[in-house]
Design a protein around this ligand. Structure first.
Ligand code: F0G
Length: 362
């Protein structure tokens, strides 16, 4: 069967919403491959169907055809929306009134948005002082309850798992199978777009849910690209083979020392003949600036780990490569303002001064 085989015309599962082209809610687009049935009430913000953009500069640097999967184009600005439409739709189907998660920011922003859409309450546990401002703004404006934990992500997740064992609140971290199911659809999109021609996928790894999802997605398509996962060097338990008690990295989204999908991630790397490796904060920031200044793509620091890894280890014979850019740059304005190649020139409000500021030596 061609990977381009026409899909059935999407069912109007969400009354009143109008969709065009491939912009249908993710669950409708892949209804036949997800644990939902026609007639299920869905909670969607029209996620998925994200761009797969050529990266000419990076391609030239590594001598391969490199594309970027722009997951920051999802409604809340990260790949989490693919999993969250499924997790929240399933929770609502089961009659849940509240959802909860531990998060380094993006899962929380996504949960808060989908909970608002669904009319259920949402609580998020975040490591105090360690989540980027854009994410905090999202969580607050969607009206979630923010619990700022005096601890790190790993402690937050352990505690929230205990709490949900005794309270009827649905946990929407990637321990929730619906999250993995939803996120596997990114692999479907890439497989379809490249007609099965992908050799290697570069992806940042934190809690390890996403690499698990991609591997499941590719397997379901009968494909087996090499999965190359990248952790930040200060938070690289899968590379070191042991938990990291005090993870540290500028890429706050992947500041995780004890990934919940540890075994699944190792299996994905092994079974795909891939690897999980580390990149330093300096390498992450350099890739981050390169993407923004040369490719015109502003992603968040954690996302740049995929490019940093590709540049560090090379294409290793792969001809077609996709780097997953998991979240958009506006999520983390502090890091952007502190690390860039731009220039601000102060200028008096008069013509000559402006001329000098614009045309003079920098
Ligand atoms: N990139 C971004 C931007 C993320 O937010 C995350 C995870 C990852 C990569 C890693 O994905 O955990 O599936 O391996 N963020 C989680 C959160 C932990 O709470 O938002 P993973």
């Amino acid at each position: 069967m061609s990977v381009h085989a026409a899909r059935p015309v999407p069912l109007p599962l969400i009354e009143g919403d109008a969709f065009s082209g491939t912009h249908v809610p993710l669950i409708e687009r892949y209804l036949d491959r997800l644990p939902f049935a026609p007639g299920d009430k869905l909670v969607s913000l029209q996620e998925g169907s994200t761009p797969l953009l050529r990266a000419p500069v990076v391609s030239e640097m590594v001598g391969a055809r490199v594309r970027l999967k722009l997951e920051g184009a999802n409604p809340t600005g990260s790949f989490k929306d693919r999993g969250m439409t499924c997790a929240v739709s399933a929770a609502v189907r089961e009659g849940a009134k509240a959802v909860i998660c531990a998060s380094t920011g993006n899962t929380a922003a996504s949960a808060a948005a989908y909970a608002a859409r669904a009319g259920v309450t949402c609580a998020v546990i975040v490591p105090e002082g360690k989540i980027a401002q854009g994410k905090m703004a999202q969580i607050l404006v969607h009206g979630a309850r923010v619990i700022s934990l005096q601890g790190n992500f790993d402690q937050a997740l352990a505690l929230v798992r205990e709490l949900t064992a005794t309270h009827p609140i649905v946990l929407v971290n990637s321990v929730n199978e619906f999250r993995i199911e939803g996120q596997k659809t990114a692999a479907f999109e890439i497989h379809e777009a490249l007609e099965g021609g992908l050799d290697a996928l570069c992806i940042p790894v934190g809690n390890a849910g996403n690499i698990t999802s991609y591997w499941r997605g590719f397997r379901e398509m009968g494909a087996a690209p090499r999965l190359l996962g990248f952790q930040a060097a200060g938070a690289a338990p899968l590379v070191e083979g042991t938990r990291v008690e005090h993870p540290e990295t500028i890429a706050s989204a992947i500041r995780i020392g004890n990934p919940v999908r540890w075994e699944d991630a190792m299996a994905a790397a092994r079974d795909s003949r891939g690897a999980i490796r580390a990149v330093s904060d300096a390498e992450i920031l350099s890739a981050y600036r390169l993407l923004a200044s040369r490719e015109g793509i502003f992603c968040e620091p954690a996302s740049a780990a995929s490019i940093a890894g590709l540049l560090k280890y090379g294409s290793e014979g792969a001809e077609q490569i996709v780097c997953v850019l998991t979240g958009r740059g506006l999520k983390d304005p502090e890091t952007a303002i502190a690390n860039n190649d731009g220039k601000t020139i102060q200028c008096a409000a008069e013509r000559d001064a402006l001329e000098e500021a614009v045309l003079g030596d920098p």
